[in-house]
Design a protein around this ligand. Structure first.
Ligand SMILES: CC(C)(COP(=O)(O)OP(=O)(O)OC[C@H]1O[C@@H](n2cnc3c(N)ncnc32)[C@H](O)[C@@H]1OP(=O)(O)O)[C@@H](O)C(=O)NCCC(=O)NCCS
Length: 147
């Protein structure tokens, strides 16, 4: 498995990997993120399996998204990409990483907890959900990760 820094040339891969997510970003969001953020992917035999996006403001890193291709989920690739991505981002000296996740997204919450993220509180009615709204769980971890 190889960690890869993504650029505009990976736009279609990002869209394809994200297409089957419950809430895909779509082309314009990925295009903006590939231009403005730090986007990292995980490759196996030169195929991208998973993609992620971070923004950095001073010493605070935000995980904006992480997605594993639908047919590759549950094999440890999400954890590998997050671990390797956070390690790679250490070159910029972040003191912590923060994120928001839908309260219903149990797979993602479990992944973040597994890597040491703590739950900091709820942002009520943050995400659109079908006809209503859904809360966001705010999570964070100090960096570098401790094992
Ligand atoms: C969240 C996501 C990135 C996890 O990636 P993954 O490769 O499937 O996860 P891994 O195999 O690395 O597993 C990591 C942890 O998540 C747990 N997990 C994975 N899929 C799960 C599921 N469907 N239900 C519950 N837990 C799950 C694993 O059990 C593991 O925890 P454990 O070691 O404590 O058992 C992936 O499910 C995904 O792409 N989801 C859609 C996009 C998304 O919601 N991204 C998060 C945006 S905030």
């Amino acid at each position: 498995m190889t960690l890869l820094e993504l650029n505009r040339a990976h736009l279609q891969d990002c869209i394809a990997i994200d297409a089957d997510s419950p809430h895909p970003w779509g082309e314009s969001h990925w295009a903006r993120s590939l231009r403005d953020d730090h986007c990292l992917g995980l490759c196996l035999d030169s195929h991208l399996l998973a993609v992620s996006a971070y923004s950095l403001v001073f010493d605070e890193l935000s995980l904006l998204n992480i997605v594993v291709a639908d047919n590759q989920k549950g094999r440890g690739y999400g954890q590998a990409l997050l671990e390797q991505g956070l390690e790679w981002m250490q070159q910029f000296g972040p003191a912590r990483c923060i994120l928001e996740v839908r309260v219903s997204n149990l797979a993602a919450r479990r992944l973040y907890k597994r890597l040491g993220f703590g739950e900091d509180g709820l942002r009520k009615n943050y995400y659109p959900l079908g006809t209503g709204r859904e809360d966001a769980m705010l999570m964070s971890v100090n960096l570098p990760l401790e094992y």
